[in-house]
Design a protein around this ligand. Structure first.
Ligand code: ASC
Length: 143
């Protein structure tokens, strides 16, 4: 083989070796979600002061991050993952969990804009409920 071809092959295989699988990508995306969701929880629990502008930024960061993991559930991507098979056998149910989550994330953002603490608290609790509901239905327990 020509040297140029060899170099190209080496570069390509290195890229493939370091590329995330869909399962790894969605785990990273869910962790990105937690980077805004958790600090808001600390405020909700009264451990950090509520500041309207900072809270709006966190709620908007959550909104920006919320859709990302759902683009990385291609059929057959259950290896090395806690994703349950019914994600793919019950797509309408999975999609409705996703839609409910996104709509509640939008609700939190609206409540944050309004600076309405009671509404923020309620919207936040609804999001946590969405996390739990989807995990209960579609995520296998930790091994
Ligand atoms: C979190 C987290 C979840 C949800 C869930 C809410 O912070 O990591 O999976 O909230 O525990 O019930």
């Amino acid at each position: 083989m020509k040297q140029r071809t060899l170099i190209l092959c080496a570069l390509l295989s290195t890229n493939l070796a370091f590329a995330d699988t869909p399962a790894e990508t969605r785990v990273k995306d869910f962790k990105t979600i937690l980077r805004s969701f958790e600090p808001m929880g600390v405020v909700i629990r009264g451990r950090d002061p509520y500041r309207k502008d900072a809270f709006i930024k966190q709620a908007d960061a959550l909104k920006l991050a919320a859709n990302a993991p759902f683009a990385h559930f291609p059929a057959g991507s259950s290896a090395n993952s806690r994703a349950k098979a019914n994600i793919w056998s019950e797509p309408a149910r999975f999609n409705s969990e996703k839609n409910q989550f996104i709509s509640r994330v939008n609700g939190l953002s609206s409540a944050a804009q309004a600076g309405d603490i009671a509404a923020i608290r309620q919207a936040y609790g609804q999001i946590a409920q969405s996390c739990k509901s989807c995990h209960d239905a579609f995520r296998a327990p930790e091994k």
